[in-house]
Design a binder for this molecule. Structure first.
Ligand code: CP
Length: 324
């Protein structure tokens, strides 16, 4: 792991969780194994363990979210923590209060952990570098930069359906990679876990400059890009982050890159189809595929609870044991 990584305490344990970049295979595997132990909790009649009893966790979401915010809240409650959801549109941030002032005021309530989503890349790092030493920060998505808990729940879903040997897998990530914090985090995680082949399938205008340097194979044709793939990860067209016209039309995009049952035939017969959500049906994929037998999209959401429980409990352990 990188020296002086702010995510890691002086004993090599997770203190914050901001990005996959710089983390090693041992730590990612520990997250996946810990999540596996929590997966059973969500199936019990009493879906709670007392690990974070007495701790206060604040959901600080400056950007819209359905899956991430609610699964973080459920995960924290299942760990017996007290959870505060700050409604940013009704908070003093809407009256011009700075991010740092909002942070200082909430911190004064003796908070142990912030879960942060923000439209600006680097926001979670900024908060992590300004919190008190006993406080952890988890990145719930920052701009185009990183969405590390989404990547980990995706790795958990792949491991549960395809087994632990990532080395034998071909994974194709399809769509708007350019604007996707999810794709960037997934590529880092797949590389750390030594995935056999990571492909990017997208129009030339939606391929980021970093793609080749991270060792991905690039395709501009969907059928060829998903040929013999074991895992297909579809991405949303992120219109809110596009500057200028990068695509002729959604209709043309669907014709070329939308996943249909017919196109899916070129992947391996037992290939799984993933999507971080929210899905634009009829743009990224047909409903027949999204709701079909190879789709694990709703399993990804369920797995988000166990994976987020794992990450929160690991970060809190660093604090409790007197980490940095
Ligand atoms: N995958 C994801 O981040 O979804 P939300 O925006 O609904 O949280």
């Amino acid at each position: 792991m990188k020296a002086n990584d702010p995510q890691i305490d002086d004993q090599g344990r997770l203190r914050h969780f901001l990005t996959i970049s710089g983390l090693n295979q041992q730590l990612l595997t520990e997250i996946l194994d810990t999540a596996e132990s929590f997966a059973g909790v969500t199936e019990q009649t009493v879906k709670k363990v007392p690990l974070l009893r007495g701790k206060t966790i604040v959901n600080l979401f400056f950007e819209a979210s359905t899956r991430t915010r609610t699964t973080f809240e459920l995960a924290a409650k299942r760990l017996s923590a007290d959870v505060l959801n700050i409604n940013i549109t009704q908070s003093s941030a809407a009256k011009g209060e700075t991010l740092l002032d909002t942070l200082r005021n909430i911190e004064a309530m003796h908070v142990d952990m912030f879960i942060v989503r923000h439209a600006d890349s680097g926001a979670a790092h900024f908060i992590a570098s300004n919190v008190a030493p006993h406080t952890s920060v988890i990145n719930a998505g920052d701009g185009r930069h990183s969405h590390p808990t989404q990547a980990m729940l995706d790795m958990f879903t792949i491991r549960r359906t395809k087994g632990p040997d990532f080395g034998r897998l071909r994974v194709a990530i399809v769509g708007d990679v350019m604007h996707s914090r999810v794709a960037r985090s997934q590529i880092h995680a797949l590389n750390v876990l030594n995935t056999g082949e990571v492909r990017i399938v997208a129009p030339k205008t939606l391929i980021p400059a970093y793609a080749e340097s991270l060792g991905t194979r690039i395709f501009h044709d969907l059928r060829t890009g998903i040929q013999d793939a074991d895992v297909i990860i579809m991405l949303r067209l992120q219109h809110e982050r596009m500057k200028g016209a990068l695509l002729p039309s959604e209709h043309e995009y669907y014709e070329l890159f939308g996943l249909t049952e017919k196109k899916l035939a070129s992947a391996n017969p037992d290939a799984i189809v993933m999507h971080p959500g929210p899905i634009n049906r009829g743009v990224e994929m047909d409903s027949e595929v999204a709701d079909g037998p190879r789709s694990v999209i709703l399993q990804q959401v369920s797995h988000g609870i166990a994976v987020r429980m794992a990450i929160m409990s690991m970060a809190m352990r660093s604090q409790q044991d007197g980490g940095e």
